[in-house]
Design a binder for this molecule. Structure first.
Ligand code: TEU
Length: 549
């Protein structure tokens, strides 16, 4: 594997919400094909598609029943092939989403296991329930216990997510072989990119244990000691055979040390990793289903620690603010109202100039915000609905429970892409499966004719291609103790890039070293940037200064 992904930018498409070509209110692969010219106009190098394989859709495609076929609601195999070709014509690669920690309980393997076939029971994690208790005290990430009855056997199967998502037993060679077969099937269709869903959960011990009192149960199954060798084997048997493959692992509740190991080239595991620590700074005591303002000090510390830690260890980060599981970053860290443009561009600059490979989630490039929903009935995600009921049950008023869900639901990012100002946002001729809002002010058409966010993203994407200091340079912090400003250097030989970003809506003074005062202003989000020895950054202002002298 080469380091060819360092100067690339990856665009993420949630196919169900990108563009609906056949008027059923649900996005599809032909919709994505129709929008290839738009994707190409962004200048991105690769597109990550969320899963569109056969699925009952309990978790929007992360519950896969057949990994080798396209879900009929999304299109056909011919459509998938055409999509790969259409993007390839613009030199854009595709990254497919491999959900290999669990299958849908509709998957043939689970059904055969249920029917009593021992060979298939060994593919899952099925345990006895001693004295009527569950095998361990683990909880599902979507709420409730992580164990469900395995038919009428009296045993239980593990599901770290929904009960319809049964965890696979990676200790079984059959499971590991099938994982490689799935990746190879798509490789043969020309797919070079792979995103591995919650892949640091596959290394669970054969002997599962309850978390001792006071210990977070996640430590009992996350980053297990077997993950490295399972990934190395998968690498060897599949994508590692392609010089130009690009792989990213989604790492749930992980550490810098583990992520170095997963992404260090010498380890032959993955190219890069997603971690979520920076997106938990608005969790109250680590609890997602809460509503508190983001802790900006903590955000800065995390961004800096990961940039330095991954660099020191020789690992590589995937950089992102948004994805299909996260509320929109503008609503969390910026201003989704008056200062939407300033905060959207500032956030973009922070991520795109860092050391790592940036990902742009559909709609981010036009400054889409969380939907302005007013009723719990507008939400559809299983996690959000479970959380709402749990919050009400725990004693929160319906209003408070709604506010919390409103701020954290995954639906926030899954609303249809807003192409124009029309009733269905130009996404579909029918009522979309999830309601768009604010499409009159926020849409592609408007952004293309008079917007400031889209050109800003395009410029950042170009800069990553053109400037080795951005792709390859070293990272070093600047003004680390500053209360409002996140600032850093990128350094390569004689080249120096200084990135300044005011994370707040208040003016902020920050020092600029003398050698940067005559430097080129590479990036700015206000008309008239004024770098000085003591620079006053306006609300959400960002400036990047560059010199090679
Ligand atoms: O997500 C894993 C996951 O744990 C997140 O939903 C997490 O709860 C969130 O990021 C909190 O910070 C992956 C997929 O991205 C998600 O859509 C799936 O539902 C999940 O795995 C199960 O496959």
């Amino acid at each position: 594997m080469t380091s060819s992904f360092r100067n690339k930018v990856i665009y993420q498409i949630y196919p169900k919400s990108f563009f609906d070509s056949d008027g059923d209110g649900v996005g599809d692969l032909r919709g994505a094909i129709e929008k290839v010219p738009y994707i190409a106009s962004l200048g991105v190098d690769m597109v990550w598609f969320n899963p569109f394989f056969v699925s009952p859709g309990r978790d929007n495609g992360y519950d896969i029943a057949n990994y080798y076929e396209v879900d009929p609601a999304m299109g056909t195999m011919a459509d998938a092939e055409e999509l790969i070709d259409a993007l390839a014509q613009h030199n854009i690669g595709v990254m497919f989403d491999m959900v290999l920690n669990h299958t849908s309980t509709d998957h043939e393997w689970f059904q055969r296991a249920l029917a009593g076939e021992r060979e298939y029971q060994d593919c899952y994690i099925i345990r006895d329930a001693p004295q009527g208790e569950l095998p361990t005290n683990w909880v599902s990430k979507f709420g409730g216990p992580a164990w469900a009855p395995f038919g009428d056997t009296g045993k239980y199967y593990l599901h770290l997510f929904d009960p319809t998502q049964a965890d696979l037993n990676w200790h079984n060679p059959k499971v590991r072989e099938e994982a490689a077969n799935i990746v190879n099937f798509w490789r043969e269709k020309g797919v070079k990119g792979f995103r591995f869903d919650v892949i640091n959960l596959i290394g669970k011990e054969p002997e599962l244990e309850s978390a001792p009192a006071g210990v977070d149960d996640r430590v009992m199954y996350t980053d297990g000691v077997h993950v490295d060798r399972f990934l190395q084997e998968l690498n060897r048997r599949s994508f590692g055979q392609d010089e130009d493959s690009v792989t990213v692992g989604e790492m749930s509740s992980t550490s810098i040390e583990r992520c170095v190991a997963y992404s260090k080239p010498d380890n032959h595991e993955l190219d890069m990793v997603f971690n979520f620590h920076h997106l938990k700074v608005d969790y109250d005591h680590g609890q997602k289903w809460s509503k508190v303002p983001a802790d900006l000090r903590q955000l800065k510390t995390i961004l800096n620690d990961w940039a330095l830690g991954m660099q020191d260890g020789g690992g590589w980060n995937a950089l992102f603010w948004n994805n299909h599981d996260q509320p929109r970053a503008i609503d969390r860290f910026g201003d989704a109202g008056e200062l939407r443009v300033e905060s959207a561009t500032m956030l973009a600059s922070v991520i795109h100039l860092l050391r790592g490979t940036p990902f742009v989630y559909q709609g981010e490039e036009i400054g889409m915000t969380d939907p302005r929903y007013t009723s719990i009935d507008d939400y559809v995600d299983v996690e959000a609905l479970n959380a709402y009921h749990a919050l009400v049950q725990a004693g929160h008023s319906e209003q408070r429970a709604f506010e919390i869900v409103h701020s954290k639901a995954r639906d926030n990012s899954r609303t249809p892409m807003q192409w124009d100002a029309s009733e269905h946002a130009g996404f579909s001729s029918a009522t979309p499966w999830l309601k768009p809002t604010r499409q009159d002010e926020i849409n592609v058409e408007r952004e293309q004719s008079e917007g400031k966010i889209l050109p800003f993203y395009k410029r950042l994407i170009e800069l990553r291609h053109e400037m080795p200091v951005i792709a390859e340079g070293n990272y070093a912090p600047h003004a680390l103790e500053h209360e409002q400003v996140f600032a850093y250097w990128r350094l390569l030989g004689q080249e120096r890039l200084l990135v300044l970003a005011n994370l707040t809506d208040k003016p902020a003074e920050v020092s600029v070293p003398e050698e940067m005062l005559g430097a080129e202003i590479l990036v700015h989000n206000y008309e008239d940037p004024k770098p000085a020895a003591s620079t006053t950054l306006r609300a959400y202002e960002t400036i990047a200064l560059y010199t090679s002298k």
